[in-house]
Design a protein around this ligand. Structure first.
Ligand code: HEM
Length: 469
């Protein structure tokens, strides 16, 4: 039976083509792999027949190290049933190719066909669409023609470094390492993953496995109001260069290095609290209005104070906050997932199609109490089946668009840009002075505290493709 792409999948009950698909798919796509310690290599293949041969040899050599989705899911199952075991700490290796990378492999005619993927992130049309800085302002490695990316991630620094060395041992003379990135998980006192501005991150995700949905239903605040289920087709793409596109799938992978100016963001939180004359504990609401959640993950649309973090809630929509008097329209999580309230003529089901599987990780060292202005940030990573409809739509049509979401009342002012990731001119925005009450106040725009330092689009191909090169 063909793989059912229209629904989530039960990996425990997968048989036939669905089971083969899981054996042939890279890990980290359908479900995030642990990547507390993460290394990223940006690679360029050499020119000519020798370059092609070495690139192919590297990828076939890498194939046995690349973890399959099936192996990863079995490891997760064994861990849940029996606790830590020998396999619990086997790092993940993943690999992706750019369109130019397929060219160097002499496979441009069989490369995945997504238009954005073919353009790449350095392309002027892409940069203008996303509002990204000139390529000359990006970090050096990202300015070059990138052909491949390798990710090595896991729970322990030691095993991840050993695995990275194994990968590096496969690199031959014509393959250049253009850049290296290192990610490192950050956590708050509740052990939830956070990003550099201090907010819980990675909580809200589309879920593609029925086992994950069941877990969400039983162990969190549930899925009755906001159901994170998404069909496999939202993340999987038949691998056009693989032996059997009926069982061999991949996914488009977005990588963006986003530097975070922690001091500027902290100043923006304080400035907003001052402008609205928020006092005492209510001052924390300023930051929560920029993000849409309090630092501990409590959704601002649900309550005026933090505290709902055991577990961090995700079973909500903006239905009881249509006028955005609790969570402003311009808050990061309302801009990037309006949960059916965005307007723009899109019914809720259509709106959900823009969501993507986020797999980001923080980078950069800092000491407690530090407010770094450079050198730290987020390695934003996400899997998509359609870059134009998912990542690009979210950044361009939602985050960077001052008119989105469409305010419930026609006379209400435009929301302005996404307060965290919006790129472009920042008009002033209007904020609720008191949680849940109508009176709003216009405040001059905060400075942009997130700067794009480089990135690229990749396709993470199937394992049979890699083996057969
Ligand atoms: C959620 C921070 C970049 C899309 C979140 C959350 C935080 C956060 C704190 C709340 C946790 C959660 O609900 O999972 C950041 C920071 C960024 C960044 C600091 C940059 C440095 C991006 C980018 C995109 C994006 C580039 C896409 C273009 C999303 C989405 C959600 C989210 C879709 C989930 C919203 C929901 O479902 O409610 N982000 N983010 N983020 N972010 Fe970001």
């Amino acid at each position: 039976m063909p793989v059912d792409l229209q629904n989530p999948l039960s990996f425990k009950n997968a048989t036939g083509d669905a089971d083969t698909m899981l054996q042939n798919l890279q890990a980290n796509i359908l479900k995030g792999h642990v990547r507390e310690h993460l290394h990223i290599l940006l690679l360029q293949f050499g020119q000519g027949t020798e370059g092609t041969a070495e690139a192919r040899a590297f990828l076939t050599g890498l194939a046995p190290l690349v973890k399959s989705a099936k192996t990863h899911l079995q490891e997760v199952k064994a861990f849940k049933e029996n606790g830590p075991n020998d396999a619990s700490d086997v790092p993940y290796v993943g690999v992706g190719l750019t369109f130019a990378g397929y060219g160097r492999l002499e496979l441009a005619d069989r490369a995945p066909s997504d238009e954005a993927f073919k353009r790449g992130m350095q392309d002027d049309a892409t940069r203008q669409k996303l509002g990204d800085p000139e390529v000359a302002q990006w970090e050096a490695g990202f300015q070059e023609a990138i052909h491949a990316v390798v990710l090595v991630g896991g729970a322990e620094a030691g095993t991840v470094t050993t695995k990275l060395q194994e990968v590096e041992g496969l690199l031959t003379g014509s393959i250049r390492v253009l850049g290296r990135e290192e990610g490192r998980g950050m956590h708050n006192a509740n052990h939830d993953g956070i990003e550099h501005f201090g907010y819980v991150d990675g909580r809200s995700q589309p879920l593609f496995l029925t086992e994950d949905l069941e877990e969400e239903r039983r162990r969190t605040d549930g899925i009755s109001v906001w159901n994170p289920a998404q069909p496999l087709e939202r993340v999987l793409v038949a691998d056009p260069a693989a032996p059997d596109p009926a069982t061999d799938f991949g996914s488009y992978f977005v990588l963006r290095k986003l530097e975070q100016n922690v001091r500027a963001f902290r100043q923006a939180e304080e400035a907003l609290a001052d402008a609205l004359k928020l006092e005492n504990d209510d001052r924390e609401r300023a930051g929560a209005m920029l993000v849409g959640r309090f630092k501990d993950g409590t959704p601002l649309t649900l309550q005026a104070t933090p505290g709902a973090h055991g577990p961090v809630m995700n079973n909500f929509t903006y239905d009881s906050d249509k006028d955005a008097h609790k969570c402003p329209y311009q808050a990061h999580i309302r801009k990037t997932n309006p949960r059916g309230s965005g307007g723009f003529g899109q019914p809720p089901e259509a709106e959900r199609r823009h969501l993507m599987a986020r797999r980001g990780q923080t980078y950069g060292e800092r000491t407690e109490g530090d407010l770094p202005e450079t050198g730290v940030g987020l390695l934003f990573m996400a899997f998509n089946s359609d870059l134009n409809k998912q990542f690009e739509f979210t950044q361009h049509t939602w985050a960077n668009n001052p008119g989105f979401p469409q305010p419930e009342k026609q006379d209400d002012p435009d929301p302005g840009l996404d307060q965290v990731i919006g790129q472009g001119d920042r008009p002033p925005a209007t904020w609720p002075k008191v949680w849940g009450e109508e009176e709003g106040q216009e405040v001059p725009a905060m400075a942009q505290a997130v700067t794009m330092k480089g990135g690229e689009y990749f396709f993470m191909p199937s394992l049979p493709f890699l083996r057969g090169l």
